[in-house]
Design a protein around this ligand. Structure first.
Ligand SMILES: [Ca+2]
Ligand SMILES: [Ca+2]
Ligand SMILES: [Ca+2]
Length: 253
């Protein structure tokens, strides 16, 4: 007899008890009372939740077909927290390609980027605004890159966002880490929907598979930069200019 059956039939047991009480001997009554006590304790709960199953904590699991331990954000099931993790499913939901063990990470259920239509693209994960054109500046050294970013304003580089000098800057090291996706290479960047690798215009234009400066110093001689090829952060000589590019960000106002 299942627990659900007992819960559903608690009222019936009550009626049955009344019948038994009226018609049968003390012995039978005692046996039935004992039985009823067990049934009520096990099946009918303490009264507070009355066997209500609406208080369960549900966990969402995502299909992991290629068994790389990253789940497909589009295929999910819910299970009660007390139940075992279902086979073939994981808690992670960032596998951009659930048919390929080598590709995973950085996919979003919701759109990752929003093209604001004013020359900026919003990263919905961080709220930061990035210049839509990732190839708006020539190669340059670190001091020049800092200045170029600081002088960027509306009316320049495709911007019509009412920004003024001082609004834009180079991204910090942490902002680069949060922006790139090591699940992809050349470039290590996801597309607008957050369900695949960046392609031209989706959402950014002219992404260079090379180095972009960060705003942060590594040492007297070096500064941190992001490598769009593999999505990692390195330190390079501040005076180097070849292959070092500028991709500014600003905070939303
Ligand atoms: Ca997977
Ligand atoms: Ca995969
Ligand atoms: Ca300016």
């Amino acid at each position: 007899m299942s627990l659900e059956f007992i819960i559903d039939h608690c009222d019936s047991f009550g009626i049955l008890f009344q019948i038994m009480y009226n018609k049968h001997s003390n012995y039978l009554r005692s046996v039935f009372l004992l039985l009823l006590t067990v049934v009520i304790t096990v099946g009918c709960g303490g009264g507070d939740d009355g066997g209500n199953s609406g208080n369960e904590t549900l966990i969402t699991y995502y299909r992991d077909s290629d068994e790389d331990f990253y789940g497909d954000p589009n295929v999910s099931i819910e299970k009660d927290a007390s139940k075992k993790q279902p086979k073939g499913y994981v808690r992670d939901n960032t596998d951009c390609d659930d048919t390929n063990k080598e590709i995973h990470a950085c996919c979003s259920i919701d759109a990752r980027f929003t093209d604001m239509g004013d020359g900026t693209v919003r990263d919905n994960d961080t709220g930061l605004l990035w210049l839509k054109n990732a190839n708006a500046f020539d190669e340059m050294n670190w001091p020049d890159a800092l200045n170029a970013a600081a002088e960027l304003s509306s009316g320049e580089k495709g911007l019509s966002d009412d920004s003024v000098d001082g609004d834009w800057r180079l991204p910090t090291k942490e902002e680069w880490v949060a922006f790139m996706c090591q699940g992809f290479t050349d470039p290590a960047l996801v597309n607008t929907n957050g369900d695949g690798q960046w392609t031209e215009g989706d959402a950014f234009t002219g992404v260079i598979k090379n180095y972009y400066w960060s705003s942060e110093e590594f040492s007297i001689e070096k500064a941190w930069h992001a490598y769009m090829g593999d999505g990692k952060i390195y330190a390079g000589y501040k005076q180097y200019s070849k292959y070092y590019y500028v991709w500014p960000v600003r905070n939303a106002k």
